[in-house]
Design a protein around this ligand. Structure first.
Ligand SMILES: NC(=O)c1ccc[n+]([C@@H]2O[C@H](COP(=O)([O-])OP(=O)(O)OC[C@H]3O[C@@H](n4cnc5c(N)ncnc54)[C@H](O)[C@@H]3O)[C@@H](O)[C@H]2O)c1
Length: 348
């Protein structure tokens, strides 16, 4: 198979590229290396994932922007499938500078879709959407505090938030808007042009090679800060809960979608689901147990649209894709700790 991965220098994209490279497929990766530039302050070897993929002979690295339509069309011309991970990924950055966010996430995805539509071979695309398409609506679900975490009080959400949850009338943030725009285009290109599009509305993905910073990638940010002895700021009280999914389990979900001949397209809430959840305080406890360290922690006010609880209802993905998360938070966090310990030189 020939697979085109956008955003391959990033965390998820590099794992997608590695998965297919290990399987012996021909992988092309396109990335404009914009994220690494944003990381310069905190991450010394910010092109780490880009260089990491260089070890695979069957991975071709193309440094370009997904908005370069001619380049996208050239790369898509003989690809069998695409996994589109490229995006501006920080909510905070989207608020301070919405234009580049729109350009990469909305316009950039349009360019990716057009390249797929015009390609004689590319029939399928996986799109990395986000739970942020539901904006502030998850905060309308009543929650209560139980020990070191919040839990949903409404039994209707005992299995988490389903794909039918409202995307309307809520604070999206520019990031939520640009990602939702692309999410809708993906769905419509399936309907209008017969492209097989998989829209994965992801909650918290974590794992090795995640260059997590305060703005994005909180599990990795907590692990890196704890191991390096750096202070942490928690916005809110630390009882906020997320379902967490280890990145290699996510890639298996993508591949289940691409290889399943029975599915034409679909929207899937994707995360660790109800069985794999953590609050920030619980992660700190786990890290103290694994490393013997706890970062000096200060608390600050809640940020706009921060969700007290977000847990994905993953039953549709499980049922339609025949997929399940396999890595528990304890196993995943252990693997992430080991990777950070082995690669301390990456971080400033
Ligand atoms: N990590 C998570 O928990 C999470 C959760 C929900 C959704 N997502 C989505 O998953 C995708 C991947 O996230 P990630 O955590 O790997 O992020 P990442 O920042 O590590 O990777 C994104 C990559 O895209 C590249 N990129 C950005 N704009 C580009 C452009 N215009 N042209 C070419 N390359 C460009 C960046 O340089 C970067 O290497 C994103 O679409 C993100 O919105 C991630």
């Amino acid at each position: 198979m020939k697979i085109l991965v956008t955003g391959g220098a990033g965390f998820i994209g590099s794992h997608v590229a590695e998965f297919y490279a290990k399987r012996g497929d021909e992988v092309t990766v396109i990335d404009n290396l914009s994220r690494p530039a944003l990381l310069k302050r905190e991450i010394k070897n910010f092109d780490y994932n880009w260089r990491y993929l260089g070890k695979y002979k069957n991975v071709r690295l193309v440094k370009a922007d997904i908005n370069e339509q001619a380049k996208m069309q050239e790369l898509a011309r003989d690809a069998d499938a695409m996994v589109h991970t490229a995006a501006q990924t920080a909510v905070t950055t989207s608020v301070t500078d919405p234009q580049p966010d729109f350009q990469s996430n909305a316009a950039g995805t349009f360019s990716v879709l057009e390249a797929a539509r015009k390609s004689p071979t590319c029939k399928a695309i996986v799109y990395c959407s986000t739970n942020k398409v539901y904006g502030d609506n998850p905060n309308s679900i009543p929650v209560r505090a139980e020990g070191k975490r919040y839990v949903f009080s409404d039994p209707k959400y005992a299995a988490g938030i389903p794909e039918s949850f409202s995307i309307d009338h809520c604070e999206h943030t520019p990031y939520g808007c640009s990602k939702l725009t692309a999410d809708l285009y993906m769905q419509d290109y399936a309907r209008l042009y017969g492209l097989k599009t998989g829209v994965f509305r992801m909650s918290c993905i974590y794992g090795t090679r995640q260059l997590g910073v305060e703005d994005q990638g909180w599990v990795a940010h907590f692990v890196i800060s704890t191991i390096l002895g750096k202070p942490l700021t928690i916005y809110g009280d630390g009882k906020q809960v997320r379902d967490v999914l280890f990145v290699t389990d996510l890639v298996e979900a993508y591949d289940s979608f691409l290889s399943n001949k029975g599915i034409r397209h679909g929207v899937f809430n994707t995360g660790g689901g109800i069985k794999n959840t953590m609050s920030l305080l619980e992660l700190q406890d786990m890290l103290e147990e694994f490393t013997g360290k706890r970062s000096k922690t200060s608390f600050s006010g809640w940020r706009p649209s921060d969700q007290k609880v977000y847990i994905s209802d993953i039953r549709k993905a499980e049922e339609k894709l025949g997929w399940k998360p396999r890595t528990s938070p304890r196993e995943g966090v252990k693997q992430l700790c080991a990777w950070v310990n082995e690669n301390k030189g990456i971080f400033a």
